[in-house]
Ligand binder design. Structure first.
Ligand code: HEM
Length: 505
C-alpha cells in the first residue's frame, strides 16, 4: 500500500506540474507585456512574494519605466499568477470604460477576497446592494444627518476622553468602533448600533475575511475549497447577526406583505432600502442579514482607515488646524450642523482628499478581470482570466500631475477649486470625485458606491474633532506612521496613537 507521504508527494508534484502549465501558458500570452520582477517559473514565485511585501515599490518601478503603457507583475493574489498594471490617462480611461462583459469588476473582487471560499454560496447572490448604497443609503445622508452627528458625538465622548490632560488614544481601534456605531445608526438604528456584541461581530468578521482570504491565496487551487470551508466564518457570523436582526427583518417582511412598500412610520433604514430593491428570490430574512453584513464589511474598516490617515496628517501638520477651525465655525454658524454646512467646508474637503491621495488604502485601483481577451487601443491585450488594474499609488505621486507631489498640501484642491480656469474645476476637485489621476475610490461605474457615505462621516468626524479637541503626535514623532503593506493593500497601523485633550479656547 502507498504510504501517506508518497501520496502527498504525488499530489504536490501534480500541483507543481499544474501550476507550471498554467503559469507558462499565461506567460506566453502575456509575453508582449514587460515584467517587473522575474518571469522565470521559480524566481517569479520569489518576485510574487516581493510584490506581497513591497507592492508600492514594484508599482513605482513599472510606472517609471513604462508610463503610459502596461507592465506585469507576478502576484500571489490572482489565479493566473499575474497582474497587469496600466498607467496614463488613455489606458486608465479605457480600463474605466471597458464593459463588464469584457473586464469584470466582481470577478476581480471575488478573486482578491477569495469569495468563492471565504463567502461560499453567498458569493453568488448578485450585488443589487451596490444600487441600494448608491440610492437609499446615500439619499438618507441629508435627512438623517442629525443621527450621524448625534452618534458621532456620543461615541467620541465615550471613547476619546475630553479631559484637561493629554491622553493617548490608539486611533484605528477607536475609529473602527466609532464608525461602526455611526454606520449602524444609519443602517439599523439605535440602541442596537451601540450594542458591543453586535459591533464585535461585524468588526471581527471584517478582519477574519481579510485574514482567511490571505490564507486561501497561499494554498494550491485543489486545496482551496477545503481550506476555505475550514477558515470561513460566514455561516457562523450570519447566525450570530440573525440573533440581533432576525426578528426585526421577519416583522418588516410581514408588514410589507400586508401593506406594501409605503406605510405610515416605515423606517428610513437599510432593511427598507434593501427591500425596495431586492429581487423576489432574495427578499428573505437570511439574505437581508447577509447583505447588511457585506455592506458593513465594505464600509467600516475602509472609512475608519481613511479617517485615521486624515487625523494623523492633521496631527503632523498643525498649521492647518486654525484655518480649518475658522472655516468649520463659520459654516456651522451660517447653516447649523447640516449637509449644507458640510458642503461649504471646502478646505476640509480638500484636506481629506489630499490625505487620501498620499495615504490611500491600495497601490492599484479599478481592478478588473478579463472575461474574454481585451485589447486596448495601443494594442496591449489582456488575455481572458488575467487581472488588470490602474497604478494608483504611482499616479498619486507623479510630479507631472501633482506639483510638489510628495509634499502634503492640505489646501491643494480647495485652491484648485477656487482659482481654476475651467468651470468644472469646482466639481472636479471634490473629495468624492474620481479621475484618471485620482483613484482612492476606483474609477468609472464601479467606483465605490459608498464614497458619499464615507466622505460625510469622515468630514463630520474631522469637524467634530477640530472643534472639540487639541491633538498631537506622541513626543518625538514628526511624521505619521506609514502603515504596512500586504500585497496591494495598505493596513493602517493599529499601534498608531494620537494624544488628545479638550480644546483650549
Ligand atoms: C473611505 C472609505 C472607502 C474607500 C477608500 C473605498 C474604496 C473602494 C474602492 C477602491 C472600490 C473599488 C472601486 C473600483 O474598482 O473601481 C470600492 C468598491 C466598493 N465599495 Fe468602497 N470604499 C470606502 C467606503 C465604502 C463604504 C462606506 C461603503 C458602503 C456604504 C462601500 C461599499 C463599496 C462597495 C459595495 C463596493 C463594490 C462596488 C461594485 O461592485 O460595483 N465602500 N470601494
Amino acid at each position: 500500500m502507498m504510504s501517506t507521504v508518497s501520496a502527498l508527494g504525488i499530489v504536490l508534484a501534480g500541483v507543481v506540474v499544474h501550476r507550471y502549465y498554467t503559469f507558462s501558458k499565461t506567460r506566453s500570452k502575456l509575453k508582449a507585456i514587460p515584467t517587473v520582477g522575474s518571469d522565470n517559473f521559480v524566481t517569479a514565485y520569489l518576485s510574487a512574494w516581493r510584490f506581497f511585501l513591497h507592492a508600492p515599490d514594484m508599482v513605482q518601478e513599472g510606472y517609471d519605466k513604462y508610463y503610459g503603457n502596461a507592465f506585469k507583475v507576478p502576484t500571489l493574489e490572482t489565479s493566473s499568477g499575474w497582474m497587469v498594471i496600466v498607467s496614463g490617462e488613455k489606458m486608465i480611461e479605457e480600463l474605466k470604460n471597458a464593459p463588464n462583459s469584457e473586464l469584470d469588476h466582481y470577478e476581480a473582487t471575488k478573486e482578491l477576497l477569495q469569495l468563492d471560499y471565504t463567502f461560499g454560496k453567498y458569493a453568488h447572490r448578485g450585488t443589487y446592494h451596490n444600487d441600494v448604497i448608491r440610492t437609499g443609503f446615500t439619499r438618507a445622508l441629508a435627512p438623517r444627518y442629525s443621527d450621524i452627528c448625534d452618534e458621532l458625538v456620543e461615541s467620541f465622548d465615550t471613547i476619546v476622553p475630553r479631559g484637561k490632560d493629554w491622553v493617548p488614544v490608539p486611533l484605528m481601534d477607536a475609529l473602527v468602533s466609532i464608525i461602526c456605531r455611526v454606520s449602524n445608526r444609519l443602517m439599523v438604528g439605535a440602541p442596537l448600533c451601540r450594542d458591543p456584541e453586535f459591533q464585535a461581530i461585524q468588526t471581527e468578521f471584517a478582519m477574519h475575511v481579510m485574514l482567511s482570504a490571505g490564507i486561501v491565496h497561499l494554498c494550491p487551487s485543489p486545496f482551496k475549497p477545503f481550506v476555505g470551508s475550514m477558515v470561513s466564518k460566514v455561516p457562523h457570523t450570519i447566525k450570530r447577526l440573525h440573533n440581533f436582526l432576525g426578528a426585526v427583518v421577519d416583522e418588516r417582511l410581514k408588514r410589507e406583505a400586508e401593506l406594501g412598500k409605503r406605510w405610515e412610520g416605515r423606517p428610513n433604514d437599510m432593511i427598507s432600502w434593501l427591500l425596495d430593491h431586492a429581487p423576489a428570490e432574495y427578499a428573505d430574512t437570511e439574505d437581508i442579514v447577509h447583505r447588511i453584513m457585506i455592506i458593513s464589511f465594505a464600509a467600516v474598516h475602509t472609512t475608519a482607515s481613511m479617517l485615521t490617515n486624515s487625523i494623523l496628517q492633521l496631527a503632523a501638520h498643525s498649521e492647518y488646524v486654525e484655518p480649518l477651525r475658522l472655516e468649520i465655525e463659520k459654516s456651522v454658524e451660517d447653516r447649523g450642523w447640516s449637509k449644507e454646512a458640510l458642503a461649504q467646508m471646502r478646505k476640509l474637503d480638500s484636506f481629506v482628499r489630499e490625505s487620501a491621495r498620499l495615504s490611500g488604502l491600495n497601490c492599484v485601483s479599478a481592478i478588473r478581470k478579463a472575461k474574454s481577451d481585451f485589447t486596448f487601443s495601443n494594442g496591449v491585450t489582456i488575455p481572458a482570466g488575467v487581472t488588470v488594474a490602474a497604478a494608483s499609488y504611482a499616479t498619486h505621486r507623479d510630479f507631472g500631475i501633482y506639483e510638489d507631489a510628495l509634499s502634503f498640501k492640505g489646501f491643494r484642491f480647495s485652491d484648485l477649486r477656487e482659482n481654476g480656469t475651467d468651470e468644472m474645476d469646482w466639481l472636479r476637485y471634490q473629495f468624492v470625485n474620481t479621475q484618471h489621476n485620482y483613484l482612492p475610490f476606483g474609477h468609472g461605474k464601479h467606483a465605490c458606491p459608498g464614497r458619499f457615505v464615507a466622505a460625510t462621516q469622515i468630514k463630520t468626524a474631522m469637524a467634530h474633532i477640530l472643534l472639540n479637541y487639541d491633538l498631537k503626535l506622541p513626543d518625538g514623532q514628526v511624521n505619521p506612521p506609514d502603515g504596512e503593506w500586504f500585497g496591494t493593500q495598505r493596513v493602517v497601523s493599529s499601534k498608531a496613537q494620537i494624544l488628545f485633550r479638550q480644546r483650549h479656547v
